[in-house]
Design a protein around this ligand. Sequence first.
Ligand code: ADE
Ligand code: ZN
Length: 346
Amino acid sequence: MNSVRPVSPERLPELLRLMPKAELHIHIEGSLEPELIFALAQRNGLTLPYATVEALRSAYAFINLQSFLDIYYAGASVLIREQDFYDMAQAYFMKAAADNVVHAELFFDPQTHTARGVAMETVINGLHRACVDAQAQMGISASLIMCFLRHLSEEEAFETLEQALPYRDKIIGVGLDSGEVGNPPEKFARVFARCRALGLHLVAHAGEEGPPAYIWTALDLLKVERIDHGVQAIQDPALMQRLATDRIALTVCPLSNLKLCVFPDLAQHNLRQLLDGGLAATINSDDPAYFGGYMNDNFTQTFAAVGMQAQHAYTLARNSFEASFIDDVPRRAHMDRLDAVFSAFE
Ligand code: ADE
Ligand code: ZN
């Protein structure tokens, strides 16, 4: 598509919702809405330290990543049975379908569950079944990326990989998440090398709160194909150049960055500068139940706050397909559909 026609500010939200897009950075445990947390707690006979859904939601006031992670891991403790994992993912897919997400790559944190005695098999089978049904029932293609918790040890990451190997065919890649500062990528260089040898795709959170140096080591030592967040790259011109030249995608999550105080307000988010710098940035929701919005909310609020236009929307959606781990035939089909939506939009 050579040029994208400008769209009036009143019509832009409609275009943002209508355009097909891929979501590449969603922690499925971060899609657990308070209502579902309460329903699953009741189903599993668990008592929560909050009396009501409203009381839980009112605890969602975060000052940084760690203050969020404490509540996020507590929320995930209601997931016990395979059906719980299925129901969580299915609820996410229904929201994604409404936002015209046509492809999703879901992060999951098995160590949060196996540490509580939930079997790897339970986690993966529940999520995988929801992915299969999302394709059949909603037309969304979906795959799973297993994340290692970086506040835990290399040895624990290796154990987790061993436990997941019987389900290798249900996972397309591995990632690295949890508390970033003090847990640099190099801590996991050997386990990522093993995953690479197994033919898994590699991604890592880097430069969310941590320094540009963590993005360099994620690229050079872990050999990741995408950087999750990466907004701190802006501090390092040589890194910006590297990311642009190698077309390393950044899976940016604006509402997450706002809620975790990475930026003081959305108008100061640097997504537009990243795109203008030639980086393959994408928009994603991260942990939508905790950060106040799914894909469409991230798009509409960010576009309004930083003054982006239809051309940026097209670039972001196209980047999402370019950076996704799908075969070239469906990738081409998604891009053609994207072009058709933009051509037809009056
Ligand atoms: N786990 C869930 N959400 C996360 C985030 N935004 N950063 C790091 N780890 C996470
Ligand atoms: Zn994340």
